[in-house]
Design a protein around this ligand. Sequence first.
Ligand code: SF4
Length: 610
Amino acid sequence: MCESGARLKFVKVHLDTRTVEESEFIQKDYGFFGGRGLVAKLLTEYCDPNCDPLGSDNPLIFTTGYFAGTALSSSGRLSVGAKSPLTGTIKESNAGGTFARRMVEQGLKVVMFLGQASDWTIVHVDDQGSFEFLDASEYKGMWNYPFHEAMVERYGDKVACASVGPVGEKLGRIGAIAVNEQGTNYPCRLCARGGMGAVMGSKKVKAFVMDRPEKPFRIKLDPDAAAEFRELNKVVTGAIRANPLTGQAMPLYGSAAGVDTTGKMGALPYKNFSGEFTPDWERLGTKMWRNRLLQHGGDGTIPCQAGCVVRCSNDFHGDDGEHLSSGIEYETVALMGPNLGIFDPQAVAALDRVCDDSGMDSIDAGNALAVMMDQGVLEFGDADGALEMLKSVVDDASEFGPTLRDGCAAVADRLSVLDQDGPVRVAVSKNQAFAAYDPRILRGYGLTWERGPQGADHTAGSAATYLKDMTPVQQADYSLAMNCSCDCCMCLFPWAAVTYNPEAKAALARMAGILAGMEEGPGPDMWLQNGMEILELEYAFNAKAGIDHDGDLFYGGKRNFMYNVPAQATKAAYWSIQDGEPPEAGGPAVDPSKVAQEAGENAGKTGEES
Ligand code: SF4
């Protein structure tokens, strides 16, 4: 019989009174929910959907994936959730790094921050599992890199740290929470989307920091269950290793492997999602990244968390050979690169560093800079200007900094883009900026970004194929539900490898059943069912907050350029999910699973040449 879950703790941290309330976390009360599912369930119970996201009534939830603490690859996922100050919707944002594993080692399943502290505070859990509230005034205003160095100095290099930088402190609505990476300790794994850093800043919590406990909690199974779990885990790990993307491309190139594929198909955003093919995308393509990393003393095969077999993170060194940035992902490469007309990897890495260091979502910030360039505030290709503009987010007296830290939609509002004639060239859905996939080419993203409960998330849409036997709404919900289950369990990349492999998908479902103490089952369809339950909770929360599907259109409604400006590759604009079936003349929809497959196969062919 499984013993997991029952002895993990649910801790409420009352910041107003500096008290802690502990109870036992009972997993069976939450089904197969972990991560995003737990956030949805707990916000439904503890959060008034009409609360002020930056007020004291908005709880901030830290929790872990369903499999956290087990040997399942890439399952040490931290989920942070609250009502979003960016989208006004329910929100969950997740990251790898050290934190989720440390929560399990500390015996913690859920830590919910309630109320607001009166002064800047570090919430620290010591090696005996005791919570303490420390004065953080000396660290106020500190950027994430020096702050994490200070925490390593104070608590040792085994510390797990989740912090806000100055953007979160200033309640910037694209403020992120930065978690240190396994091994390197760089604060480069971000719960980036939806302003969870602003919610943490509103509570005056500079950081949540945990020591390694003297007696780490371990997930325990009885011997038979443990043996079955181990065998099934081999099937899952085998599928991850056998998949061309997670087994070949990503260990070599990281998620930047996506540049080659989207570049070739015309879905790589270029100059504020102009719809044009990106010229010379190879300048930021996979071979370049790998060679650049190796030539300057960096590394491109780093596990961001213990036990990940994909190891897609990277350590980028600048021209001077010194560390410049880490964990540079496809979305950042694309949106700080070609989408700004910038093709210099050093410049892209420098922009990524500012986002990590100041604690800001690089996706939203990249899109905001692109709108500024489109509007003539900066020139496309002006890397120095973009860097200075990005740094200005911490300068309250600067012309655009305070707006930029509120994200792309805020910048568009400030520049009165809606008052201008013609298509509205702002890549935003539900106030959150697009990830780096053009929905005129990759329709799965468009569907989920319009309909999804959390805006234009980079993780939403890649789980879907363009399923011809479903209506667009059904396709979107299918995709979103699978994404919800992914965010309950493990990192998106291996999740895709597992769920596209029927044997591994079934094995993962059975592993969930073993943890739940089931003698057999559940079947692999449980992932869709589980995700649908989460999706329903999220839609219901949003409906109570006054956000329903009538608003499922991009920024500016039908005037948005996605609905009006054809992409070069398909010679068609994106139609709206609100219009029902897409026009046949819209060009071929691209199946994201095939995109991932192709990226891996390409990398497998080219890897040895690098
Ligand atoms: S696949 Fe990459 S991002 Fe995901 S857990 Fe592994 S190293 Fe981290």
